[in-house]
Ligand binder design. Sequence first.
Ligand SMILES: Cc1cc2nc3c(=O)[nH]c(=O)nc-3n(C[C@H](O)[C@H](O)[C@H](O)COP(=O)(O)OP(=O)(O)OC[C@H]3O[C@@H](n4cnc5c(N)ncnc54)[C@H](O)[C@@H]3O)c2cc1C
Length: 411
Amino acid sequence: MKSVLIEGSGRMGRGVAYSTTQPAHLLNVRAEGMSAIAGEPAHFADWFSDRGGDSQGFAQRRLFADYLGEILEEAVSSGQTELVHATATRASHNDRWLISLSDGSTVEAIALVLAIGNQEPARLSAFSKTGPRYIANPWGRSANVAIEDLAETGGAALLVGTGLTMVDLVLSLEAAGHDGPIVAVSRRGQIPRSHADFEPVAVDADAVPAGDVRSLARWLRRRSGQVGWRAAVDSLRPHSHQLWQSLSNEQQRRFLRHGRPWWDVHRHRIAPEVAQMIAQQIAGGFLTVAAGRIVSAETRNDGVDVTIRRRGSEREETRRFAYVFNCTGPLQAIDRTKDPLLRGLLDDGAVQPDDLGMGVLVDGHSRAEGAERLWALGPLTKGRYWEIIAVPDIREQAAEVAEDIAKELAQ
Ligand SMILES: Cc1cc2nc3c(=O)[nH]c(=O)nc-3n(C[C@H](O)[C@H](O)[C@H](O)COP(=O)(O)OP(=O)(O)OC[C@H]3O[C@@H](n4cnc5c(N)ncnc54)[C@H](O)[C@@H]3O)c2cc1C
């Protein structure tokens, strides 16, 4: 039996994260943590070392795409996997799965796995009428065109969101030679912290308070004081799925509302060289990071006039930007997806949103609830696992799903 890999972008192994061609875009996990193969922790580190890299260092993301590409090419040349270059537009189940593709053909399968990754950022209503100077998808072609234009004109850029996507944009603008002002704004103005060496200190699951976000936050603060915040945050990694599932729906929502901005910037850290570059941009006055919210936006001939209200202030400031980039990160509301396959599955009731509406409702084997032989991987399963967006988590999930499929098909 073989598997069919349907890839819509024509770039096997290069999803949103790894399709970048920008050398300045580094992995945010050390090479030693980026093996794609469960049970072979040094798989990427060895590959990287063979090419002169440091297993403790942070590889270029475009290089990681080459690594993934090689693994997939091996699977294809072994005859175990067939690659189809097309977008899956629809899937229906009737005894078997029938998947319709953008080129008009179909694929029949006994089992279907949704591994479609992150969805474009949510629409920002303030910019719904601002036209081409508003870049809704920071990972798309229009973002590159805007960056080139900004580099040429030295115009001002507004980045809405101050997380990892903002960091990517600042790096791209710098690499393109942009020397104009950049303003990055988010509700709290928190930016990702830097990786640094620290002594890991493991913690037993029993020692961590489960079921209550406030107690967990108190524990984290105390523990950070004892062992340092990096050691405290990372010690939760082996227990993160269990901790997330110990929270009621209400507690999970509370975490998303109040804990997440803090958690994200401490947990998803950036390479020290990237952090240094961001610090230099701030110190040099090129990058301003602000806590606040967008009040309104109006299109002008040469840009967008954006009114921002700073956090804790009643005062509103209006400023013209040549371009505005949506850097709020991947979509967190599955019912707004533009992916035709997912849209159709939701509309047909074949998959249901999870209780928080972030992804697909799956069981403990990552099977879509209520569907026949349908699994989901990665960011789509955030509702169930929360920490399931980075390679170290996804590779374990992928291995478990593969095993579950083999078991199911052997029956
Ligand atoms: C900017 C950025 C940087 C990141 N950096 C890191 C990092 O350094 N380390 C880390 O561990 N994680 C990182 N991540 C997280 C990253 O998303 C995961 O590591 C990983 O790429 C997710 O894998 P995936 O296969 O689920 O999704 P993706 O890698 O996004 O792959 C999904 C694929 O599905 C295809 N697809 C989607 N819809 C369809 C359809 N209907 N038909 C056919 N094909 C379709 C897409 O073309 C794409 O190739 C980063 C994420 C982002 C956005």
